[in-house]
Design a protein around this ligand. Structure first.
Ligand code: SF4
Length: 509
């Protein structure tokens, strides 16, 4: 939501009320942010009220029931990864895609008082795409007018994934929010620019006064005239906020001229205040704790940034922008000692905290880029686009001789268990691969052991294990360190010594 100051009933019914419902359903992990950078795409000439407007929106959100215990609520500009991803997307997005977004021309015409022939304004749907894809979101709760933006987001995700043969970005779906018809006090669409709004957190007195002064859109000019509540903005308020009993009483009273407009409007105000009254009180509560609220927003930004960084680690790695020297190092460091040093991953200690699949993806790429000798070119099957990281991890690499090399990494945190510091559990799909690479990472010293295992070491035990498995089950492997030896056991089979296979790339050649 862009920070346009205090929210009105239209904002509440069109989006916020639904967000609170989504949050409380606990069906989704939700992220809500105040889009202050987006505000600058149209209001760059006068940023003087940007922070105040941002805080106003935050207070209204909290008052309406968004809860930092249940959702992540933050200010966009406090998570710089939004800007980084936007910049990277701008490299691959054709101009025509942005010029074709329907709101581009429309908004330029609607806001003719502002010069919107800027680079930032043209790119705002792309910033939205970055906002969404940064969290690898599956759904975006939007109104009908934003569906084209979600579609652009899907196209950007598809283009990135296919261009770089990756599955970093899922294609999100729009979660359509039904927006009930809510007119302003003058009968036009409720909008700040028309000055016809009823504020979400206005006092009950102010709400009463505004509704009493509301236009009836030409209905019941004389008290004795019958009217049509479907054509009157007050009738709309009743449909949204009143109980079915009050609503049917009002409908009847209007159509038969038995209930005066004044009383109909008082009833409407009561119904609205039943919803907005508690929100108004909570807003007072949060307004008196402005520093706490600001601190909460900072903490929430840290939480959002940590999730965003998980995505950016993958994006930077795909674009060869990761923060380590990576494969380049091998052009400068060619000795065996240097290669040995590449097994030390202490610089990547933060990978340890990532979910298993993301960590596995990074370890797999790291191994291929840093530990496999340069002249061994492991390739991925060409033109393959992965729809998810899981699928990508299931894909083997191909050696120059077209051998299928399956790379698996220590499956779970148990490898760091103090009671069993030298045991790793790994899994392999029950399919045919000519070479296995087992990557076992030790948390105590961040040392990566890589065992390159040719088929003859496992074919028998693997065939036995497969017979015992149900469809789609994986074969479990255990690597155990005893003294200076490493022993591999396949699905509980007799262990075989694989010590000499560590970093021994003969099977890849
Ligand atoms: S009775 Fe109510 S719905 Fe009918 S015209 Fe008057 S204000 Fe509108």
């Amino acid at each position: 939501m862009r920070p346009t100051g205090k929210l009105h009933l239209g904002n509440y019914m069109g989006a916020l009320a639904n967000w609170v419902k989504l949050q409380d359903s606990a069906q989704y992990e939700s992220y809500f942010f105040i889009a202050d950078w987006h505000a600058l795409t149209t209001d760059y000439a006068d940023p003087s009220r940007l922070k105040l407007n941002t805080i106003d929106v935050a207070l209204d959100w909290l008052a309406a029931g968004l809860d930092p215990e249940k959702s992540t609520i933050f200010i966009q500009s406090h998570v710089p990864q939004h800007a980084e991803l936007h910049l990277l997307f701008s490299m691959i997005t054709p101009l025509g895609w942005l010029e074709r977004v329907p709101t581009y021309k429309e908004q330029q015409e609607n806001l003719s008082g502002k010069d919107l022939s800027t680079y930032g304004f043209l790119g705002y749907p792309l910033l939205q795409a970055a906002d969404i894809l940064l969290y690898q979101a599956q759904y975006v709760p939007v109104g009908q007018d934003q569906v084209a933006h979600v579609e652009l987001t899907r196209e950007v995700a598809r283009r990135f994934n296919s261009m770089y043969k990756t599955g970093v970005f899922p294609e999100p779906d729009a979660l359509l929010t039904p927006a009930p018809k809510l007119t302003g006090t003058d009968g036009r669409k409720m909008s700040k620019s028309y000055g016809n709004t009823i504020g979400l957190t206005e006092s009950p007195m102010a709400v009463f006064q505004k509704i009493q002064g509301m236009s009836t859109n030409g209905q019941r000019v004389r008290k004795t005239d019958a009217g049509d509540p479907d054509l009157c903005p007050v009738g709309d308020l009743h449909k949204i906020f009143s109980t079915p009993e009050v609503n049917s009483f009002i409908q009847h009273g209007c159509r038969t001229a038995t209930n005066p407009c004044e009383s109909c409007k008082s009833e409407a105000a009561k119904s609205v205040c039943r919803v907005t009254g508690p929100i108004h009180d909570r807003r007072d509560h949060f307004s008196s704790r402005i520093e706490e609220t600001w601190e909460m927003l900072q903490d929430q930004a840290v939480k959002a940034a940590s999730r965003a960084e998980e995505t950016m680690l993958q994006v930077r790695s795909v674009l060869d922008l990761s923060r380590d020297l990576g494969a380049v190092k091998r052009h400068f460091m060619a000795t065996e000692e240097d290669r040995q040093r590449n097994h030390d991953l202490s610089l990547h200690a933060d990978w340890w905290k990532l979910p298993y699949n993301q960590r596995a993806g990074l370890l797999r790429d790291y191994w291929r880029n840093n530990l496999v000798p340069l002249e061994i070119q492991l390739s991925q099957e060409s033109n393959r686009v992965f729809t998810s990281l899981d699928r990508e991890l299931e894909e083997p690499f191909l050696s120059a001789k077209k051998k299928r090399v399956f790379v698996t990494t220590a499956r779970d945190i148990s490898e760091a268990d103090a009671a069993a510091p030298d045991v790793w559990h790994l899994r392999i799909p029950a399919r045919a691969y000519e070479v296995w690479t087992l990557l076992c990472w030790r948390k105590e010293n961040y040392w990566l052991h890589d065992f390159i295992v040719p088929q003859k070491y496992y074919s028998q035990a693997f065939a036995q294990a497969k017979k015992l498995l149900k469809k789609d089950e994986e074969v479990c492997l255990t690597v155990r360190k005893e003294d200076a030896r490493f022993l591999l056991s396949i699905h509980g089979s007799e262990p075989v010594d694989i010590t000499e296979l560590e970093s021994n790339d003969a099977p890849l050649r």
